[in-house]
Design a binder for this molecule. Sequence first.
Ligand SMILES: [Cu+2]
Length: 140
Amino acid sequence: MKRTIGAMVIVAATTLAGCGSGGASIDDVWARPSPPTAENAAFYFIADVEDGDTLIAADSSACGRTELHISQMQDGLMTMRPADTGQLTATDGTLILEPGGLHVMCMQLVEPLVEGEEVDLTVTFEQAGNISLKVSVENR
Ligand SMILES: [Cu+2]
């Protein structure tokens, strides 16, 4: 039997976290800690994507399911409802999810979000595709 001892080729693994195929970059991914009995939580981030790219989905193992919501004042009360496509489309290359506005609604929390910990989140943009993120749980 002929044995060939070749040089090991080391292929550097490329980390795609926070960097999608469409040149997207997502920063400031965070959530508030959740009270022990809370069933829902919200995730926020700032996305720099191609102008006109649209956030179409989000998924996290911390949530039974997720929805893309927007909070709005209505008759003096803060309410939230599923965001429409126009609201989820980046203008000037930026889409901002923040308290009082757009957020990923994490429903049926698997376990409480604890300050200082991280949970996974994958967001999907129409053009940039799937982007894997870590959500930092912070008491802001
Ligand atoms: Cu919501």
